[in-house]
Design a protein around this ligand. Structure first.
Ligand SMILES: CC(C)(COP(=O)(O)OP(=O)(O)OC[C@H]1O[C@@H](n2cnc3c(N)ncnc32)[C@H](O)[C@@H]1OP(=O)(O)O)[C@@H](O)C(=O)NCCC(=O)NCCS
Length: 265
């Protein structure tokens, strides 16, 4: 099963997708994010990807248990009508990924999932860090883009999304001589903490800044009574994996998957 409608070159955003689908309804999203509710009451989250008008992020929303492949196909077909040629998912558990595979998505990348109990004394933070401010955004995105390969780079929309993925978040930066050389976004939801993003400028790596940012995340979660911290990273990201394991994170047996769908050639 895969979406087959030929692409039409029209801008995707900010038209209402529920109108395009002709069914279900839409709760107006924050910014350009859209939550689609299908006729069966399931939620799909749709957003632009890296500011590219022809690439969309499509993932399960809050109410998405038993999401059917046909619901995903309909959504992608509507996107294709708006000129989308590629859809990518956020990191999904194998269970969440299943209907996407059946809808014609394929594996883009496997991610490791790591967990660390928050117990004992909070770790010491070795570098001078400070809270990120709105005016840091440009420099933070520049360092993020220098640190990550193209597929994983954040734009200002994805940075906002990472910060509002959880009810509370901490956005910390490491100042450098010409601005900001590292940053981290940590989220908290109930008793769980999530290291959502971590990056250090390539020229500042290997000086303990990454470790300081992770330790700050653990310190913050510890002070808020969180019992478990989670993080994911690409399977081939040996540097990040080494850092997390050194700081007490343990690799989980089941990882996460990022899937993609491309317009058939
Ligand atoms: C992963 C990442 C955040 C690590 O940041 P970092 O600042 O280089 O991390 P640290 O300096 O704390 O630790 C990295 C290494 O430097 C070493 N190091 C730490 N302090 C050091 C110092 N003062 N002098 C020399 N080396 C040092 C550490 O032993 C560590 O070695 P290891 O990789 O063999 O374990 C960084 O490489 C990065 O931004 N990568 C690209 C983006 C990314 O992958 N983000 C994480 C995705 S989940």
């Amino acid at each position: 099963m895969s979406p087959t409608t030929p692409p039409v070159n029209r801008p995707l955003w900010p038209r209402s997708l529920s109108v395009l689908l002709g069914r279900g309804d839409e709760r107006a999203g924050l910014g350009h994010r859209t939550v689609l509710r299908t006729l069966s009451g399931h939620h799909l989250r749709v957003a632009p990807w890296q500011g590219q008008p022809d690439v969309a992020l499509v993932g399960p929303g809050r109410a998405s248990r038993n999401l059917q492949p046909m619901e995903i196909v309909s959504c992608v077909e509507a996107l294709v009508h708006r000129g989308v040629r590629q859809a990518v998912t956020p990191a999904l558990s194998p269970h969440e990924a299943e209907p996407f595979f059946r809808a014609g998505f394929r594996l883009h990348e496997n991610l490791h999932l790591l967990a660390r109990p928050i117990d004992g004394e909070p770790p010491a933070v070795s570098h001078r860090l400070r809270r990120g401010r709105p005016w840091d955004r440009r420099r933070v995105l520049a360092l993020d883009n220098a640190a990550f390969e193209q597929f994983w780079q954040f734009d200002s929309f994805s940075l906002k999304e990472a910060r509002r993925a959880t009810p509370t978040n901490r956005f910390m930066v490491c100042p450098g001589p010409d601005g900001v050389v590292g940053y981290a976004v940590t989220g908290r939801a109930g008793g769980r903490g999530y290291l959502q993003r971590l990056a250090v400028h390539p020229e500042a790596q290997g000086q303990g800044i990454g470790a300081a940012l992770v330790n700050d995340c653990l310190w913050w979660l510890h002070n808020r009574g969180v019992s478990l911290a989670l993080v994911n990273t690409q399977e081939r990201n040996a540097r990040a994996l080494g850092l997390y394991e050194r700081l007490g994170f343990v690799l989980q047996r089941e990882g996460l998957l990022v899937l993609r769908w491309d317009t058939p050639a």
